[in-house]
Design a protein around this ligand. Structure first.
Ligand code: CP
Length: 296
């Protein structure tokens, strides 16, 4: 495995996380137009699962850095003939690609790729990890609060199926934040401390809502969207409970009117679209790191 791969937040120390965030911030100021000295680096985006934000913000970051980008479509590739993930990635390495970005439905798919030598950037593995989503979440929090130590974060909703919850728990605890979880009991995970959601809304600096991942089998018997919003979602009543400077986050896509009331998606406290903008910056930083360039 290439040492500049980014697979999980578990692989990064607090110092490394802060260094990536610092680089991402530089891409929004002093190094806006910085490009990879290696011209026309070839990057392949291998998405085996649907994506809008991650896929196209990686693509935006790659183009901004001067990369040549190949967009892989599993349904028109030799995956349909039974080719394994390993053989697919090894093929991209053999035909001259310098790095790959991979999203795959299998938890920790990257354990099959230890013999791949080019950098792998994990764009999400099943319910396992989503490191670049976590980094953009951290950048959004950092821009707001300037520190993670003592920051109160509640992550609410479908915890069981959420790689975002997993990656944020790992990173935020490492950085000294207080992290609690809320939502339906059926969707909690062992080792993830819970808090009553009403209490959490009063306590938190960051209220991070999660999408119900129906594509991974999440469902609550006989519960309508309206009932879910009332019982577990961020509605007006809970919004009013939040601290004055607290913010709302959500990795998106959003089920509007389910985990969050439609009009709160763009409310004053919401940073949901800012998170997406920050996604391009952190992806530029991790691509730069993947190609072996030191922080600015
Ligand atoms: N947040 C996120 O990963 O969104 P996409 O599935 O659209 O990439």
């Amino acid at each position: 495995m290439n040492k500049n791969s980014l697979l999980s937040m578990q692989d990064l120390s607090a110092e490394q996380i802060l260094s990536i965030l610092g680089d991402a911030k530089s891409f929004n100021s002093s190094h806006k137009d910085w490009q990879l000295p290696k011209h026309n680096a070839l990057v392949a985006n291998l998405f085996f699962e649907a994506s809008t934000r991650t896929h196209f913000s990686f693509e935006s970051a790659e183009y901004q850095l001067g990369c040549k980008v190949a967009d892989f479509n599993a349904s028109t590739s030799s995956v349909t003939k039974g080719e394994s993930l390993y053989d697919t990635v090894k093929t991209f390495e053999a035909i001259g690609y310098d790095a790959v970005v991979i999203r795959h439905p299998k938890d920790e798919y990257f354990k099959e790729l230890e013999n791949i030598n080019i950098p792998i950037l994990n764009a999400g593995d099943g319910a396992g990890n989503h490191p670049t989503q976590c980094l953009l979440d951290l950048l959004t929090m950092y821009n707001e609060f300037k520190d993670f130590k003592g920051l109160n974060v509640v992550i609410a909703g479908d915890i069981q199926h959420s790689r975002v919850a997993a990656s944020n728990k790992q990173a935020l605890e490492k950085l000294g934040a207080n992290v609690f979880f809320a939502g339906p009991e059926e969707w909690q995970r062992e080792g993830y401390p819970t808090m009553d959601f009403d209490e959490a809304c009063k306590w938190a600096d960051v209220v991070m809502m999660l999408r119900i991942q129906r594509e991974r089998g999440a469902s609550l018997a006989n519960m309508s969207d309206e009932e879910y919003l009332e019982k577990y979602g961020l509605n007006d009543r809970r919004y009013q409970m939040m601290k004055e400077n607290a913010i709302i986050m959500h990795p998106a896509p959003v089920n509007r009117g389910v985990e969050i009331a439609n009009h709160l998606v763009e409310a004053k406290k919401s940073r949901i679209f800012e998170q997406m903008s920050n996604g391009v910056l952190v992806r530029k930083a991790v691509i730069k790191r993947a190609f072996g360039y030191e922080p600015f």
